[in-house]
Design a protein around this ligand. Structure first.
Ligand SMILES: [Zn+2]
Ligand SMILES: [Zn+2]
Length: 345
């Protein structure tokens, strides 16, 4: 089968690989319908993720058809259309039972990291019962794919950790795919204002026109002043960091209101300063989290019933044979006006 592997820093490579086989009775083999390239894949290609060894098939998102199941898979059978969760869950270890499959002893984020992932014609899914979802009937495959990672990450790591409430003022730093899923899902909690901050005019335009931001700010020297002007000098109750750079995490500290929360969802590869000398008396909370996917069944229902809408998030489509072109496009995402790519098999 054809697969996209990590062949070294800056080197995604197409390769012929054997079709995976069932190794454990709880495994499923799935035939991919589509997949995508995530910011996390780009981090691997920068050499930021040492757990991902050379030769690993990348990818942790996608929609698939179940091809085979092991004897102990109960909830899925060949032919089922499924959403692959980016987090593998055994459902029985200490972390899974505490609601943190992201840290599952035999799972967590392993697909396209420590084991072969979804950027291939077939993928082996360990602990299939805890790691696949049946795809919903009314939702197309492109939008279903966003439920692997992007939508639950924005909701769990941004909106839930940030404790967005009715009437909150929310500032989201970064208007990329996950910043936008945080924007759409925070509206479930009826915030009064959602202010998007980004360097890209086109991304901000999209945030306002397609995804319901109430205000947009081009990131620059007077970002803090503009947010303060919009919030009567108080700052934002919830500040969501969706970039993953020291500068943007430090900006969050200047924007958070007394009593507010900074919810980090960016992937950080470098240290960032924490200004406790300014924050020690501000009653704030800082949260970090990797998506667990506990909200995914609920989000699948909300998407399927049309209560939340992600039309416009997929901007580019490629056939699998053109996946290297998709990588180039995603690497220069802003220049290409690219949010999320879909790669079709
Ligand atoms: Zn991802
Ligand atoms: Zn577990």
């Amino acid at each position: 089968m054809r697969a996209l592997i990590y062949a070294g820093v800056g080197q995604p490579k197409l390769q012929e690989r054997p079709k995976p086989i069932i190794l454990e009775s709880t495994d499923a083999i799935v035939k991919m319908v589509n997949t995508t390239i995530c910011g996390t894949d780009l981090h691997i290609l920068k050499g930021d993720v040492p757990t991902c060894k050379l030769g690993t098939i990348l990818g942790h998102e996608g929609v698939a058809i179940v091809d085979q199941v092991g004897d102990n898979v109960k909830n899925f059978k060949p032919g089922d259309k499924v959403i692959v969760a980016c987090i593998t869950s055994c459902r029985t270890c200490n972390f899974c039972r505490r609601g943190m499959p992201s840290h599952c002893i035999e799972g967590g984020w392993i697909l396209g990291n420590t084991i072969d992932g979804t950027q291939a014609e077939y993928t082996r899914i360990p602990h299939a019962d805890g790691s696949l979802h049946h795809s919903a009937k009314n939702t197309n495959e492109e939008i279903s794919m966003l439920l692997s990672d992007a939508i639950p990450t924005g909701y769990e790591c941004g909106v839930l950790q940030g404790k967005v409430q009715v009437g909150s003022t929310v500032a989201i730093i970064g208007s990329g795919p996950v910043g936008l899923t945080a924007l759409v899902t925070c509206k479930l909690h009826s915030p009064a204002q959602v202010i998007m901050v980004d360097l890209s005019q086109s991304r901000l335009h999209s945030a306002r026109a397609n995804f319901g931001a109430t205000h947009t700010i081009i990131s620059g020297p007077d970002t803090v002043k503009q947010v303060m002007d919009l919030t009567d000098g108080r700052g934002a109750d919830v500040v969501i960091e969706a970039v993953g750079l020291p500068k943007s995490f430090e900006l969050c500290q200047d924007l958070v209101a007394a009593g507010g929360t900074i919810a980090n969802l960016g992937v950080h590869g470098r240290k960032a300063d924490l200004h406790l000398e300014k924050l020690w008396d501000r009653n704030i909370t800082i949260t970090t989290r990797v998506v667990d996917g506990l909200s995914t069944p609920m989000l699948i229902q909300l998407v399927d019933s049309g209560q939340i809408n992600f039309g416009g998030l997929v901007t580019h489509r490629f056939a699998f044979d053109s996946i290297l072109e998709a990588y180039s496009t995603s690497t220069e995402a802003e220049a290409n006006n690219c949010l999320k790519t879909v790669i079709q098999f």
